[in-house]
Design a protein around this ligand. Structure first.
Ligand code: HEM
Length: 432
């Protein structure tokens, strides 16, 4: 790092919060929490959230300074997430043991694995299009997107069907509710219930793993996975990675899909612009082209819409690292052992031009002035990015190729921001 007597280094600005109770209250209530403080303190500042000191950063320079120093940082999650994910989870590991598990689990998202999943995903999109077409009353599209995103992971990737999947879903919802709670297992508390749900989930996932060789889903791809010492991963280890996939891949993808549908239905001129492209694409795609038919090259307008939705309403508002030594971020000296949050939601609106507006064309014309990393970056970049992108593209083309949807009037279309943005009244929609 640059030496601390470098005249250009600035000390770390601090909000002067002591207990962090009011800051935490503001953080959970105010979507502009970070933006307001960046305005006051610059692109790097420190505050405290319920006693946890946290450095927030935004902007291209700060983010690239952080990601350029992978050996100076490690992964970090709040204590509740850490406990509920478990000590084997790759999210809670660093260095060689993290990399070894990424290599194993990453096989579930290789090009050939995605090719294998695509027929199942297309069939789910068709089922939803048929359901919307046949519906006599309005349907909550956001709820359908949740169901779809969960089924893609549970059925297409893990190979679960019927009651196995439904029971897993019930426990998973109990587990998710406590992810960002106070991690004290008082009897009856949501954290205590979540710990019990976690035990049931792991048992169920263990059974799923035993059945993996039956060819459903993609779990056979994990056979023979080795840890950092070249020793086969234990089942206990693998099931915690599967739990992580449910956590990381479900809410995020569902949120991106709901926000994308919402933006298109609220902006008919963008929908018309996108339809010009979609009308020229084949639906369903030829099986051997399913993973590339709607990519950036073949569907640039769709790509721009996806980028713009992830910019304005990122499913993950921020990601974390902890500093292992002092380092310089955008000219500010951040001490050792600090939790750093890359504030994606604020950072995506930080730059020149009309960044508050929904305008996908910007990604095709002048490019976007903000640094966009909706899937994070560096050694911990999202493992499921290729799957999430595939799901989203197949869903948008599949629905918009076949249907004209419209929004039911007088519903609350504002977004509930936590855990990931979702329209408050569920995005009530009907086919025209
Ligand atoms: C639109 C959907 C998604 C978004 C926006 C998203 C975003 C992210 C972000 C921001 C991170 C943190 C990266 C970092 O720390 O640098 C992450 C990590 C991760 N994501 Fe995703 N994600 C999505 C979907 C998925 C899916 C579908 C899966 C798998 C089924 C998945 C699996 C993971 C895993 C395993 C990690 C942890 C990686 C690590 O710690 O090494 N994600 N994701």
């Amino acid at each position: 790092m640059a030496s601390s007597d470098d005249a250009k280094l600035r000390p770390l600005p601090n909000t002067a919060a002591l207990s962090g109770v009011l800051e935490a209250f503001a953080f959970f209530r105010d979507p502009a929490f970070a933006q307001k403080r960046f305005k006051r303190h610059g692109n790097v500042f420190e505050t405290s959230l319920l006693g946890q000191p946290m450095v927030f950063i935004q902007g291209g320079q700060a983010i690239s300074d952080l990601l350029a120093q992978p050996n100076a940082v490690e992964g970090w999650w709040p204590e509740s997430v850490r406990q509920l994910l478990g000590s084997h989870s790759l999210a809670n590991r660093n260095g060689a043991s993290h990399r070894a598990r990424r290599r194993v689990i990453g096989q579930l998202f290789s090009a050939s694995a995605l090719q294998r999943y695509s027929a199942g995903i297309i069939s789910m999109v068709k089922d939803l299009a048929d359901e919307l077409q046949a519906a006599k009353t309005a349907l909550p599209l956001a709820e359908r997107m949740r169901r779809f995103a969960f089924s893609v992971i549970a059925t297409t990737v893990l190979g679960l069907e019927g009651t196995d999947r439904d029971e897993l879903f019930v426990d998973f919802e109990i587990w998710t509710r406590a992810l960002f709670s106070i991690p004290i297992a008082l009897p009856g508390s949501s954290f205590a219930k979540a710990l019990k749900a976690r035990e049931r989930l792991l048992k169920r996932l263990q059974k799923v793993l035993l059945k993996a060789s039956n060819g459903n889903g993609g779990l056979d791809l994990l056979a023979g996975g080795l840890d950092e010492a070249g020793i086969p991963l234990t089942d206990e280890d693998v099931v915690e990675q599967l739990l992580l996939l449910l956590f990381a891949g479900y809410e995020t993808t569902a949120s991106s899909l709901s926000c994308l549908m919402r933006e298109l239905l609220l902006n008919p001129q963008v929908e018309t612009w996108l339809r010009e492209e979609i009308d020229g694409l084949d639906w369903p795609p030829a099986p051997e082209q399913a993973t590339t038919a709607y990519d950036q090259v073949n569907a640039p307008k769709l790509d721009a819409v996806v980028c713009e939705v992830m910019r304005l309403t990122p499913a993950v508002g921020g990601f974390f690292r902890r500093t292992k030594c002092a380092l310089v971020i955008d000219g500010v000296e951040v001490p050792k052992n600090r939790v750093v949050q890359v504030a994606l939601a604020a950072s995506n609106r930080h730059g020149a031009g009309d960044l508050e507006a929904f305008r996908p064309q910007r990604h095709l014309d002048e490019g976007c002035s903000a640094t966009l990393l909706p899937f994070g970056g560096g050694e911990r970049v999202c493992l499921g990015k290729p799957l999430a992108e595939l799901e989203i593209r197949l869903m948008v083309v599949g629905l918009f190729h076949q249907l004209r949807l419209h929004l039911i009037p007088d519903q609350d279309l504002t977004l509930q921001m936590l855990p990931s943005p979702t329209p408050r009244d569920g995005l009530l929609t009907k086919v025209l």
